[in-house]
Design a protein around this ligand. Structure first.
Ligand SMILES: [Zn+2]
Length: 241
């Protein structure tokens, strides 16, 4: 994707609330550093597009029908590209590219090419990037990119940390930590604290989710003992045990 020299767009008001300026400062700092490193333009959009909804009531009605929250199943795949429309018009961007989520599963309730790729407005089309590859394959690409270019970058996967960092405890963080371990990248070097064991002690539901995710990864043919050895060696190095 970088060969297209894209402009980056970061949205304040998506996972960091509009009145959280200190958290936003950190989110923007990482995005800006990445943009500067690759000499890419960067834009900021501020919007109250999440604050106008009363998700509790919407999800009460629709979550069981959609199989996921309104934000996850419907809103983010349509609203995030739509927020770029004024920018695209002003700068003459022909494409708005949205990063895909769970790749390779055409029935997952989320941003899917079947509707994202149909979004368009005067002079601009939207498309979902890498919709066919899995989360682990994406992490592998990023890991190779970091290795090949000897980069020091911070990956942000977390939507829960109000200070704009990675909490290293939620499902999104844990999936990413596990993914990087499998790709021989120490998660501590890309913005995480590999405290997997700490998290597992705290929350039974989370432990189940992480376990399910690990089973999904292993079902693709990866070796179970491999991850245990790698996880243990990284955690030991960082004195987690
Ligand atoms: Zn997190």
């Amino acid at each position: 994707m970088l060969e297209k020299s894209p402009a980056l767009v970061v949205v304040h008001g998506s996972d960091i609330s509009l009145n959280n300026y200190s958290g936003w400062k950190n989110v923007y700092k990482y995005a800006y550093q990445f943009a500067k490193l690759h000499k890419l333009p960067i834009h900021v959009v501020r919007s109250n597009f999440r604050e106008i909804f009363r998700y509790r009531f919407i999800d009460y009605e629709y979550e069981s029908k959609l199989g996921r929250s309104w934000w996850g199943a419907v809103q983010h795949g349509t609203a995030l590209p739509a927020l770029c429309a004024p920018l695209a018009w002003k700068h003459g961007y022909k494409e708005v590219i949205l990063a895909s989520e769970v790749g390779g599963n055409p029935i997952y309730p989320g941003a899917q090419p079947i509707f994202v790729n149909k979004l368009a407005w005067s002079g601009t089309n939207v498309f979902l990037a890498d919709a066919e590859i899995s989360r682990q394959e994406k992490i592998a690409r990023i890991a190779n990119y970091i290795r090949n270019n000897k980069l020091k970058i911070t990956i942000r996967s977390c939507l829960k940390h109000v200070a704009g960092y990675n909490c290293s405890r939620c499902l999104k963080c844990l999936r990413t930590i596990i993914g990087f371990i499998l790709e021989d990248i120490d998660p501590n070097t890309v913005g995480f604290l590999s405290t997997i064991i700490h998290c597992q002690r705290e929350d039974e539901n989370l432990r189940q989710d992480v376990f399910t995710y690990m089973v999904q990864i292993f079902s693709t043919g990866l070796n179970f003992s491999n991850i245990l050895i790698k996880t243990k060696s990284i955690c030991t190095t960082r004195k987690v045990f």
